[in-house]
Design a protein around this ligand. Structure first.
Ligand SMILES: [Zn+2]
Ligand SMILES: [Zn+2]
Length: 116
């Protein structure tokens, strides 16, 4: 589903409270009614990420911010979650999940259970 935006990728309506967005000032990035972001961007940039240990900046340092389409759940450049994704403003078809290695459950009696 395409989410309607203005030319500079600002939402036409806030995805959280549906407040119409008419203020297109470049650095006005949040809904004035509910405080949710009104433009989607990558969270792997220096804006969200200071780059200290365990918190790597995925983008080149000159990518202070990186604007995405509102329906993007992940950044096409670095694969980080989008801002709208982490704020749960969009439906994410394939959310990133923690891969937990399951302990293989095997018992020594497996051979006795064979059906033939
Ligand atoms: Zn809002
Ligand atoms: Zn990115």
């Amino acid at each position: 589903m395409k989410i309607p935006t203005h030319e500079n990728k600002f939402l036409k309506n806030c995805l959280n409270c549906e407040n119409p967005i008419t203020d297109l000032t470049e650095d006005h990035l949040f809904c004035t009614q509910c405080g949710f972001p009104i433009r989607n961007e990558c969270t792997g940039t220096t804006k969200f990420n200071s780059g200290y240990a365990g918190d790597p900046v995925e983008h080149d340092i000159e990518d202070d911010f990186y604007v995405l389409n509102p329906e993007d759940a992940f950044c096409p450049k670095c694969g980080s979650e989008s801002l709208f994704n982490i704020k749960s403003l969009i439906n994410v078809q394939y959310p990133r999940v923690e891969i937990i290695d399951p302990e293989p459950v095997r018992t020594l009696n497996d051979e006795d259970d064979l059906p033939f």
